[in-house]
Each structure stands twice: as C-alpha cells, then as structure tokens.
Design a protein around this ligand. Sequence first.
Ligand code: ZN
Length: 598
Amino acid sequence: MTDAVSSISFANASPTSTNLKPNLPTIHYHVAMPQPQTHLFEVTLQVTNCPSPLLDLKFPVWTPGSYLVREYTKNLQDFAAVAGNKALTWRKIGKNHWQIDTNNVSEVTIKYRIFANELTVRTNHLDATHGFFNGAAMFFRIPGYEKQPINVTVVPPYPQWQVTTALPPVSGQTNTFSAADFDTLVDSPFEIGSHYLHHFEVLGKPHEFAIWGKGNYQIQQALADMHKIIEVEAAMFGGLPYERYVFILHLFSQAYGGLEHKNSCALIYQRFGFRDKDKYEKFMQLVAHEFFHLWNVKRIRPQALEVFDYDNENYTPSLWFCEGTTSYYDLQIPLRAGIYDGKSYLNHLSKEITRYQNTPGRKVQPLSESSFDAWIKLYRPDANSANSQISYYLKGEMVTLLLDLQIRLRHRNQRSFDDVMVKMWQQFGKDEIGYTEEQLQSAIESVAGIDLSDFFKRYIDGLEDLPFDRYLEPFGLQLAGDTDEEPYLGMRVSADNGKETIKFVEAGSPAQIAGIDAGDELLAIDGIKVTASGLNERLKNYQPNDSIEVTLFHQDELRSYNVTLDYPRQSRYHLKLFDNVSASQKENLIGWLGSSVM
Ligand SMILES: [Zn+2]
C-alpha cells in the first residue's frame, strides 16, 4: 500500500521546524522482559510531536491471517502515561481504546505490561526460555497516524539472548528495528532467546531459519528441502518479492500451526515429527503453505482485507481462495520440489478427500458462507461443527482441485491453475490492489476459457456435492471408498482423562436418533465395558438392524439407550488408477503430476 503520507519521511522533523507541514508524531517502542518467568513483557511507548490535547491509543482486537476477534487487551495491565515526571490523566473509551490528556506537551511516555503465556503463532509467549510476540497482541496504534514509521527496541534479559525478526535493523542502535508503518509492525513477529539461527541464501536473497525447542529434525535436510520449496514457488510467480525472509519455528509436543506474513512466517510443529516420513512431509507442506501465502493473501488480498480494520471483523466470501487454494498448493509444491513422488501426493490428497467426505456439514454450509462466517465459526469449533459447517480450507482445496483439473483438461496441460495464480499476482498482488469475488471469478474464467457461473453457483455458493469422479476420470483416476466392516453407529469417541468421551454424534445417525449426546461418557455396550479404541472392533460383532444397548453417563446420570445399527458406511477414500489407463488419460495424468505417479 502506498499513499502520500507514507512516502514522506518525518523521522527528522523537529517541533521547531519552520516547515509548514504539520509535525507528525514519531513513535518508538521499547520491549523489555526483565523477569521472563513472570510471562510479563514491559512495554514503553514514546511519542514525540504528540497529538494534542488528546492522544488516542487503540489496540488491535485481531491479527491478520487469523480471522477471530481475540480481544488482545485482556492481557494488558499496569497502563500509565507520563510527560517527564508528571503523570497524565487518561481514561478508557472502550475495550481497546485509551485516551490521554496530553496537556499540550510534545513528548508523552506510555507504559504497560502484557501478560504472555499463550504459545500459538498468533499470540504472545514469554518464559525463562524465550520470548515471542506478534505486533497485534503487543502494540497500540495511534488512529490517523498508522502510516508513520515505528521503531522498536528490544531489551533482552540476558546478554546471550538474540533478537530475530523480518524488520530491518536500525544501524547504530542495538536491537532496534524499524517498521515502515503500523501494518508492517503487526506483520513482523519477534523471536527473542537463544534459539538456533540458520542463515541460507536462495536466488541471491538472504533467508533465516530460527528454531526454538529441541527436536529430531536433520537441519541440513530441512534446509535443503526448504530451499527447493522456495525455488519452486519463486519460479511459479516469477521471483521473490522481498529483500529478506525469516522462518520462525517453535517445537513442542503435540502441536501444529502456522501464520503467514509478508516477509516471514511463524510455524509450530511437534518436536519429534521429523523422522517419520509422513510427518516430515506434513512439515514441508506447512512450510510450503505459509510461504505460498506471502503471495496469496499477504499481497494478493480480497478487497475486504485491503485496508485492515483492526477494531472489527473484516468479512469476505473469498477465504476459500486465500486458504483453500493455498492448501491445494501446499500438497503440490513438495511434489514439484521432489520432496515426495506422485504416489505419495495421491495418498496425501486421498486423506484430504476422506476428511471432506466425512464432514456432513458440507451439505449444510456453502463454501462462500464458510469464509464469510470464519469470524464466528471456524475458530470456535464445538460438538455440532462437523454437522453444520465445512472448512473453507478443506472445501476450498477440493474446489481448486476440480478447477485445476478442468483447466488442465481443456488446455491439454498447457494451462493450469498456476496461470490463475500468476494472473492474480500480476493484476492485484504486485500493486496490492484488493480483488472482489467477481474479479476472482473472472480471472479464473479467463484462464479456463469458459464461463464458470454454473460451477460457482453449485459448488462455491451452493451445496451440491463435488463430482470428483467426473473431473478425475480423464486423468485415469477414480475415487474409491472402502466400506467399513462394522455396522454404522454414527459417533466418535476418544479417551479423555481416563474417560471414554463421545466427541461427536452425526446428525441423523442411529446414535443421535436413539438420544446419545456429544459430551456423554461411554461405558458399555450390551453390559460390557467398551473403550474408544475398541469401539469399532466391538461393533464388528453385530449386523445391520441389530439393536444394541449403549450405557453411558449423561451429565452424571446413568442412562441406557437401545440403538438400531445401520448398514456400514464408506469412511476411507483413496484415489485409484484405473486398471486400464488409456493413452490420453496417461498423458493428462503425467502432465498434471509428473511421471512418478505411474
Ligand atoms: Zn493458510
């Protein structure tokens, strides 16, 4: 984003300047953490050329990339404002809005502390081992002055702690970094500690890989594969649109997640998830996903996310393209990079299709609505979510698959969805002009060379089931479903603190019809104890239409239900090559996935 204000540097403007332009505020944050074990960051904000007589400060309620109002100020405490030694009066105007009487002084200092004990990619974490923070969860903005550059000085508690961020350092000032504007500050997480820091270069650009936490990764292998991923994605978009890029990785037990930024990303992964082939491939998909976002969603943005409103929800029907298309490519990129072969690709894709087919909510919530309602649904899953919702990641990935296959078939692999990405980059991403849903559709149509209104009506705005086989057949593939051995009951159970807890009851299933509820504690079938892991085995002893007695605790009360089992369902799907693949099917398939698929 550019505008007249941001192109002028006021860093050297002084209050006594004779220049007729108004003196804009200069903004400098200090972030200290003298007692990291308390999880408290100590933040000092110095504003010179302070707006008067009132200084408004607003704290973001959400962070771009994670579409949920998180109320970051719930972690803010000990707010104070001073001018020199004199305390200034202030008041709260709203949950994230502070207002200070500046008494027309030029320099104001604000202090506050941020409690940081939530270890995710979109929150802050500080303990005796490291500090990690996101700008949205750490810093105020001054309304009206968001385009002003902001300096941040980090004060680590120990001399051996280093500071890693994508923000450029300010020369001559220790641990001081400069953000061009508030958006850039929010978009640049910091890692502070004694993390491993690996430097590598791709296409002449410096890259850093910071790792906090021990794990069983092989660093040379990981760096080599990340290198390949970067090269494949750069080739697709025609170069790397940044000067320097930083990967921040947090390793701990069972964890998975990532958050994209323009010049960096934050990743969370399980520390022992690198030796097993499947898990290692999943890690590389995570890297490919967040890296792909530096184009798709960070620069190629829906209009609703063109100018972030940090106070409110930013609604868009297009997250299926931001996230689902990125998910489609996170499986594709490692294949193209040679990290796995075409057969592994089909296995990974089959698992995704299985997840999709096992989500009954796909028949309830349209894809565009799933995107629009991200703010109230996707990030707030409950026991009914799978019955009533479909993830825009998952269905967006499936829809991108169908569109890619359709484009490839029509243009004999001379065109693909890659051309849509390049077009979106050229048209909207390079200059960061937001696109509308109509513009997205017409970009896809212009590459496909056909009108896609019917496709959008059925599969993006409508609820029609995706016709996988019709799109896969020309590529020599079919979707095969394994029929379960056990009759259908329709609930999922997991062991939870020594209890066998029913996590999900499918709408319209025998379990639901009989009265079983998510949250119930499963005890026995026909009077004999049953466990979560042993449930399916037990059900194999019965036939469809058999009646079983299920005993459970429902809100502490012992209850029994008679459940009539139904015919077995298909719950595992895989993409299967036809026995006799024709020459044209073979050509189409190899054009799509390369020869390693045969
Ligand atoms: Zn994503």
